[in-house]
Write a protein that binds this ligand. Structure first.
Ligand SMILES: NC(=O)c1ccc[n+]([C@@H]2O[C@H](COP(=O)([O-])OP(=O)(O)OC[C@H]3O[C@@H](n4cnc5c(N)ncnc54)[C@H](OP(=O)(O)O)[C@@H]3O)[C@@H](O)[C@H]2O)c1
Length: 340
């Protein structure tokens, strides 16, 4: 089978991750790059031996099968709708987008154009997370009673100053809940579903930015389980994301996808034999270890070839943004917010 041909939109941090990841995949190749600037597109293309470049997606040659969107959060909908209109499959970076309306538009435009929509919540591909999901889904871990979830990262002011969109409401869509913490919130929602109700507080404590740099949230789930969630970019030096789970059968604690505590009798520790590296993002936005992005791209190519949904398709990825928007609404109104 011919490798699937991709165009990449964006020439920043995560665009480089895709170039590296694709270099390790037999079934896919990046053959074009699109940038707001022709010079940047040319320089990125030459640096990475990509044969074609352009300032416009619609001028890229006709034999592209899919588009990888590596642009800022609040532009994913624009680029997705443009790609779908050209009949190209779309693999976008997380979060899917930053508003309900834009996510609905993305899902609808891909559906109407008959193209796949995949989202790079890459931690879902970690083997430990997949085993935990499977055990939870078949009820083997008992009834969940309590959760403690944290994404306590660190970013200096220079991170926010490094690009005009970082730490803005209109393009970043928020602070550490929408940006760094969205992976952990996606995993939490995948494992346990959306909280039924939440109440949150956010603050800007250590940066000159309009969005939050620290926030806490209390969640109540449909089965009355209670959870707490913290997201931050002020917690120096930056800690690995952590998910603590307490059920009526025992408890377990995961740190950056690894099982650091397993106290559930009669079920083998699903993390015992994991030797699978993954980037945590605790103190840096660059994803040097591309292993999980390789899995994302492979699954996406498989979805196109087999005409099935990618593991993280549009509706699946919407959940994290819905939770995050609930958190922001609660922080703004100082009220408990029920999630639909
Ligand atoms: N999955 C992960 O672990 C992970 C990690 C990091 C980032 N991300 C996600 O990847 C996306 C990009 O993040 P990044 O860190 O790569 O950002 P970045 O370094 O700023 O790169 C974004 C690129 O998008 C292009 N762009 C198009 N319109 C833009 C605009 N109005 N403002 C700024 N840039 C614009 C720019 O390329 P041109 O100037 O050439 O057009 C820019 O280089 C975000 O959605 C982020 O959440 C995901």
């Amino acid at each position: 089978m011919q490798p699937m041909k991709f165009a990449l939109i964006g020439t920043g941090n995560i665009a480089t991750t895709y170039v590296k990841a694709m270099g390790r995949i037999a079934d896919g190749e990046i053959i074009a790059v699109v940038s707001r600037s022709d010079d940047r597109a040319e320089s990125f293309a030459k640096q990475h031996s990509i044969p074609e470049w352009s300032e416009r997606l619609d001028t890229i040659g006709g034999d592209i099968d899919g588009i990888i969107i590596a642009t800022p959060n609040g532009l994913h909908w624009r680029d997705t709708c443009a790609a779908a209109a050209l009949g190209k499959h779309v693999l976008t970076e997380k979060p899917l987008d930053i508003t309900i309306k834009s996510m609905e538009r993305m899902i609808l435009s891909c559906r109407e154009s008959g193209v796949k929509l995949g989202v790079a919540y890459q931690h879902r591909f970690h083997p430990v997370n997949r085993k935990v999901k499977e055990l939870l889904a078949r009820g083997a871990l008992g009834t969940v009673r309590a959760l403690e979830v944290s994404a306590k990262f660190y970013r200096g002011q220079e991170y926010y100053d490094s690009a005009g969109w970082r730490g803005t409401w209109d393009i970043d869509g928020g602070g550490p809940f929408m940006q760094q913490g969205s992976h952990t919130i996606d995993l939490m929602g995948w494992f346990f579903g959306k909280p039924a109700t939440l109440i949150a507080r956010t603050a800007t404590l250590g940066h000159d930015i309009p969005v939050e740099d620290h926030g806490v949230c209390i969640m109540e789930f449909e089965n009355r389980a209670l959870g707490t969630l913290t997201a931050s970019t002020i917690t120096s030096p930056g800690y690995n994301p952590r998910i603590e789970v307490y059920t009526d059968k025992g408890s377990f604690i995961m740190v950056n996808n690894e099982m650091v505590e397993w106290n559930i009798d009669d079920i083998d520790n699903p993390g015992a034999s994991s030797n699978f590296s993954s980037h945590s993002g605790a103190s840096s936005a660059s994803v040097a270890d591309t292993t999980l992005h390789e899995r994302v791209v492979e699954d996406f190519i498989g979805a196109v070839h087999e005409n099935r949904e990618p593991l993280v398709h549009g509706e699946e990825a919407s959940r994290a943004t819905e939770i995050i928007l609930g958190i922001y609404e609660s922080a703004k109104t100082k009220r408990a917010i029920p999630l639909k």
